[in-house]
Design a protein around this ligand. Structure first.
Ligand code: ADP
Ligand code: AMP
Length: 215
């Protein structure tokens, strides 16, 4: 299964991608996770990306396109992959088409998760992420069994630096201007399935599985 999860920040892409990796045994490729790891390690790419990320903007296309091109060539992507947070611009989508053509692969589906803007702010301000394994929670909608601790590995749950209300609003604006056009882009390519992302995590998961089962 070769899949893109499309949707604004907070739509539930990461949450659903983690479930789909277990179901299909294919990797989640989150450009946000890869960039955050680079920032943490202080690599040259991380140093370059940090300013854009802290400001709620997009990291330049050539940087993320290079990350994904390299990642898709790794052996664990042989049977498929879930792209989460990539592509985010039409230029990235075009570059992905060329990469996939070079690798003789085709996308099976693009799932667009649709969520109201105010719900996105509530989801992102309440999001908590495990410092060690990266699993995501929500203080109200998906709380851990013990406050502040990851259910999976007991790691400390932290709030992402860019999940502050001001930065969230900026990220949502950037989504509308630069990423939302990809909904029409993939619809016209005949690949798009829109899913109501306002429902419970499990309900959304079942709807995605039903769409993918029909592919
Ligand atoms: P994205 O990867 O699209 O930015 P996440 O998967 O990290 O979004 O989800 C953002 C926050 O919303 C997380 O705290 C997550 O627990 C919560 N969340 C995800 N899906 C839902 C849902 N269907 N209903 C309520 N909260 C959700
Ligand atoms: P995410 O974890 O997907 O919310 O991404 C966090 C931040 O990483 C974004 O706000 C961007 O600054 C950067 N980022 C992640 N993916 C991309 C991408 N495909 N293109 C440009 N910037 C990205």
């Amino acid at each position: 299964m070769k899949l893109i999860l499309l949707g604004p920040p907070g739509a539930g892409k990461g949450t659903q991608a983690k479930m789909l990796t277990e179901r299909y045994r294919i990797p989640q490729i989150s450009t946000g996770d890869i960039l955050r790891a680079a920032v943490k390690e202080g690599t040259p790419m991380g140093v370059k990306a940090k300013g854009y990320m802290d400001a709620g903007g997009l990291v330049p296309d050539e940087v993320v396109v290079g990350i994904v091109r390299e990642r898709l060539q790794q052996s664990d992507c042989q049977n498929g992959f879930i792209l989460d947070g990539f592509p985010r611009t039409v230029a990235q989508a075009d570059a992905l088409n060329s990469t996939l053509a070079d690798l003789d692969k085709n996308l099976d589906a693009v799932i667009s998760l649709e969520v109201d803007p105010e719900a996105l702010v509530e989801r992102l301000t309440g999001r908590r992420t495990c410092r060690d394994c990266g699993r995501g929670f929500h203080v109200t909608f998906d709380p851990p069994a013990v406050a502040g601790k990851c259910d999976a590995c007991q790691g400390e749950l932290i709030q992402r630096d860019d999940d502050k209300e001001e930065t969230i609003r900026k990220r949502l604006e950037v989504y509308r201007a630069q990423t939302e056009p990809l909904v029409a882009y993939y619809r016209s390519a005949g690949l798009l399935s829109a899913i109501d992302g306002m429902q419970d995590i499990q309900v959304v998961k079942n709807k995605i599985l039903a769409v993918l089962a029909a592919k």
